[in-house]
Ligand binder design. Structure first.
Ligand SMILES: *Cc1c(COP(=O)(O)O)cnc(C)c1O
Length: 376
């Protein structure tokens, strides 16, 4: 937690639960990545946290934006981003949204299928398109595999079709999986992308751009490697697979920019046991799976949880949210230890919660409000 957030919480005593985002940390994270891989154009993945103050700050830093929907595109433009600094990066787009985005001046679109190319050719004629290829997503704590991307052989054929349909075959993208803790996971994807570049050049198409995606991790309970480990591994892979012909690069960090800027303040609603002599207690918080902590699904993201009673003896706990859905359990199998004297009303801080929380909160399941947010 930054001193600024600590001061905000102690002075303002905001109602619980809420997310507090320190915009200076957003800026620091942006600069760290932008300066760490200056040869790549940085497109912030808006879905990580689309709050207007964050977009405003990033526009001021000269960032570009990876948007997944028309609403996200409009939020970026509202913040002052130029349409040619926005990529429509979702491979699933309604025809009407493609047309609206194109009318707004967006000229860069992702796709991974012939059906999507047909829509793009009809509703964004002449636009630059890049094809997302499948990757392995090994070691990612929040994998994005299977659903997005096509086999690289198919990408070659799709690029030819794109040209035939009057689009500009522009590049290749992939995503190695979110919270990707292993810098070497980019290598296989870069190798496959290089095959696409070579495959289409044999058909007279010169691609210009390689989009390295997002995936760069944030620190939750475990330490992570510094960004320089990722940039070094990526550079080595680029040289290995593209030699002297490294294309223009894009990166789309989301989590690595937003996560560490936010702290979620919550409160203990109840501490109980399922049997009088049970060792493990159940700790119920006023925030859960439906209140913003959706990435605890499958206990994938393991948040670092601090309490107002830290320092004394601890014991094992299961941790759950406040709703009446029994799926609303954060951690039942992952080992969490919390203070033995933790009790109803105690404050809890969930660190590194700036990404993939606020917009994942339900609009009012069980009458619980969506997660409040403060940007300071
Ligand atoms: C979600 C997403 C990102 C951001 O991923 P992070 O792991 O948060 O960096 C980037 N690009 C695309 C296409 C995405 O869907």
């Amino acid at each position: 937690m930054t001193p600024k957030i600590e001061q905000f919480l102690s002075h303002n005593r905001p109602a619980s639960p809420c997310l507090v985002v320190d915009l200076d940390v957003i800026e620091q994270n942006h600069q760290l990545i932008a300066n760490g891989l200056p040869e790549a154009a940085l497109f912030y993945a808006v879905k990580a946290n689309p709050a207007a103050p964050i977009l405003d700050r990033l526009v001021g830093l000269g960032a570009n934006f990876d948007a997944a929907s028309l609403n996200e595109i409009e939020a970026c433009l509202q913040a002052g981003a130029k349409p040619d600094h926005v990529s429509f990066g979702n491979t699933l787009k309604k025809a009407a949204d493609i047309a609206s985005a194109h009318r707004l001046g967006v000229d860069l679109f992702a796709f991974d299928s012939e059906g999507e190319l047909d829509k793009l050719a009809a509703h964004a004629p002449g636009a630059r398109v890049y094809c997302r290829i499948l990757t392995e997503n090994g070691n990612a704590e929040w994998p994005l595999s299977r659903k997005f991307g096509c086999e690289y052989e198919m990408a070659i054929d799709l690029m030819v079709m794109a040209q035939q349909r009057g689009l500009v075959p522009y590049g290749v993208s992939f995503h190695v999986g979110s919270q990707q803790i292993d810098p070497h996971q980019w290598d296989g994807a870069i190798e496959r992308a290089a095959r696409v570049f070579r495959g289409v050049s044999g058909k007279g198409i010169n691609l210009e751009m390689l989009n390295l995606g997002g995936g760069f991790p944030a620190r939750y309970r475990e330490d992570i490697l510094g960004f320089n480990n990722f940039s070094t591994a990526i550079r080595a892979s680029l040289v290995r697979h593209f030699g002297a012909n490294v294309p223009n690069l894009m990166i789309e960090p989301g989590r690595a920019i937003a996560a560490s800027a936010g702290v979620l303040q919550a409160e203990v609603v109840l501490v109980s046991k399922k049997r009088a002599d049970a060792e493990r207690r159940w700790v119920y918080l006023d925030v859960g799976l439906f209140g913003g902590l959706a990435e605890t699904l499958g206990e994938a993201i393991k948040y670092d949880i601090k309490t107002s009673r830290d320092g004394g003896a601890t014991g094992p706990v299961a941790i759950a949210g406040p709703t009446c859905d029994s799926a609303d359990i954060l951690y039942e199998h992952t080992v969490y230890q919390l203070p033995l004297d933790l009790t109803s009303g105690d404050g809890v801080l969930i660190e590194t919660a700036g990404a993939y929380t606020t917009t994942y909160a339900s609009v009012g399941f069980n009458g619980f409000e969506p997660l409040r947010e403060h940007h300071i």
